[in-house]
Design a binder for this molecule. Structure first.
Ligand SMILES: [Zn+2]
Ligand SMILES: [Zn+2]
Length: 365
């Protein structure tokens, strides 16, 4: 099968023939329909979190089930599925305590680039590693069946792909991590493929004030369309001052940072009211630090936290998001700025780097 392989950091991906081993117990072979091009693929190319190579990137995808490994139940050949990049073993402390997105096995797979047994099914002579369990910049993959959620035929495979990362993460930050309630005020910093989903989730949840800050006017226009009540051009305006002005000087109930940069994390902390919550969704660089005025903490009781994968429980949340989309409550088509073929993947990353994309999508059919 054809795949785009990362062989050296800060170099273009190379298009190669890669071999796929058959699915092992609990695994399936899938044929990709579409894959989103996400920032966490780009930061991997840039070497922000260096790890062994070669590796096949891509983690936000829709696919068809082609082959079932031993012991797989609940899926059939031909099923249309959305992939989750976080495996949940169902047995570790975090799975048992209701945090499957923090599964020890799943998080280890993200770190090591392997399947649950510590090896991979991708070969080019030697072993090729997975990126975030899915490795969807390829025609096919073998993945754990637990990472595939079946979706109905009427769901277009293009938008199905986006659900796997950007939609689950952005809406999950609002629905699962913050549990935004009607009348709450929110600030969202970063209106890309994840942030825009936080915006529309806040609107669905009934937030009264939805302030969205970005440096790209095109993305701010989409944010307004998706339910932002106020947009802030961060090149010339201060989101903290505007958020306070709109909330009787107190600050917002919730602020979401969807970039992963210390300065904007600090802005989120500054923009929330006493006992409000700032949630970091964006993944920053290892070693980055953010300064907080410690004396303010006991007096303000502010909460600064993060969320991985929007606290998603894919088996449950995918179905809810699909229903929201099919009933015209969630807008996904508008997120796709441009589509590419696999052999245009480096062009897609160039466009993402230039800030031109809400979401770019690789199409395999
Ligand atoms: Zn992603
Ligand atoms: Zn687990």
């Amino acid at each position: 099968m054809k795949a785009a392989v990362l062989r050296a950091y800060r170099e273009p991906l190379s298009l190669e023939e890669v071999d796929l081993l058959p699915p092992q117990t609990g695994e399936i072979r899938i044929r990709f329909a579409a894959s989103g091009v996400c920032h966490s693929d780009m930061t991997r190319i840039e070497g922000a979190r260096p790890s062994p190579l070669p590796i096949i990137l891509g983690h936000e995808a829709s696919a068809y089930v082609e082959e079932l490994g031993p012991g797989v139940e609940g899926l059939q050949v031909g099923d249309r599925v959305v992939l989750s990049f976080l495996y949940d073993c169902g047995r570790c402390f975090f799975c048992r305590s209701g945090h499957p997105n923090l599964c020890e096995v799943g998080v280890g797979m993200l770190r090591n680039g392997t399947m649950p047994d510590g090896t991979t099914r991708l070969r080019k002579g030697d072993e090729v590693l997975y990126h975030m369990t899915v490795s969807s910049f390829a025609e096919e993959a073998v993945v754990p069946a637990r990472c595939a959620t079946r979706v109905p035929d009427e769901l277009p495979m293009d938008v199905a792909a986006l659900i796997g990362c950007g939609v689950l993460t952005g809406t999950g930050a609002v629905f699962n991590a913050a549990r935004v309630s009607p009348g709450d005020s929110v600030l969202i910093i970063g209106a890309g493929g994840v942030g825009l989903n936080a915006v529309q989730a806040a609107a669905i949840a009934g937030a009264s004030v939805i302030v969205v800050s970005d440096i790209n006017p095109d993305k701010l226009a989409i944010a307004r369309d998706f339910g932002a009540t106020h947009v802030v051009d961060a090149r010339t305006e201060d989101p903290v001052a505007i958020a306070r002005d709109l909330t009787h000087g107190r600050g917002v109930d919730f602020a979401f940072e969807v970039i992963g940069r210390p300065a904007t994390i600090r802005q989120c902390h500054d923009a929330i009211r006493p006992a409000g919550t700032a949630i970091v969704v964006g993944v920053g660089e290892v070693g980055d630090c953010c300064e907080i005025d410690t004396a303010s903490l006991p007096f303000s009781e502010k909460v600064l936290t993060g969320t991985l994968y929007g606290g998603a429980r894919p088996g449950l949340d995918v179905e809810r998001l699909v229903d929201l989309y099919l009933n015209d409550r969630l807008r996904l088509d508008e997120l796709i700025t441009r589509t590419y073929r696999l052999d245009q993947i480096n062009e897609a990353f160039h466009d993402l780097h230039e800030g031109r994309l809400a979401r770019g999508l690789i199409r395999y059919e």
